[in-house]
Design a protein around this ligand. Structure first.
Ligand code: PNS
Length: 159
């Protein structure tokens, strides 16, 4: 069985993430969305909220699972029997960071491959942090995140 991992912070999931999940799920038997739990970098949404928002967004895609992990990505991948990391690229500015991570992961475990998928053009401007800024100042987040999670995001920023 070909299993790929799509890792990230997903604080919160955006339509850009969902686009990559949709497309990558067609290329593998199983796609596992790995939500990084980083105790040093507290996000707006906690671990279980992030996982829950993604699960709700992918419920119509049968071969996608969502799990959180901490520590090294390659150790999570070993546990899941996966050799392939999926990453989305939006712009040239993503490249340097992603290139460095891909090389480091390959150095730590040479059997790991990172596959990059180009974003669909309509999502090239989207990021979790821009969604949070828009939501924090009461802007419209429709079309930026999956419809199913809009109320949760609005609620989170309502004081
Ligand atoms: O959505 P993000 O924040 O760009 O995702 C980054 C992520 C989670 C893919 C990356 O930080 C990661 O894999 N962290 C786990 C720690 C690790 O394995 N580090 C070694 C590679 S440098």
């Amino acid at each position: 069985m070909r299993i790929a991992i799509y890792p990230g912070s997903f604080d919160p999931i955006t339509n850009g993430h969902l686009d990559i999940i949709n497309r990558a799920s067609k290329l593998f038997d199983l796609l596992i969305v790995g939500v990084l739990i980083n105790p040093d970098k507290k996000g707006v949404f906690n671990e279980s909220e992030r996982v829950e928002l993604i699960k709700r967004s992918v419920k119509s895609i049968p071969n996608v699972e969502v799990e959180s992990f901490s520590g090294l990505l390659i150790n999570f991948m070993k546990n899941k029997n996966s050799k392939v990391i999926i990453k989305g690229l939006r712009a040239l500015s993503d490249f340097e960071y992603e290139f460095q991570m891909a090389l480091m992961n390959n150095k730590l475990d040479p059997s790991i491959e990172t596959l990059f998928m180009m974003t669909s053009t309509q999502y090239s401007y989207l990021s979790s942090s821009s969604v949070k800024q828009v939501a924090a100042f009461g802007g419209c987040i429709k079309d930026l995140v999956p419809d199913e999670v809009i109320p949760d995001i609005i609620k989170k920023f309502k004081k």
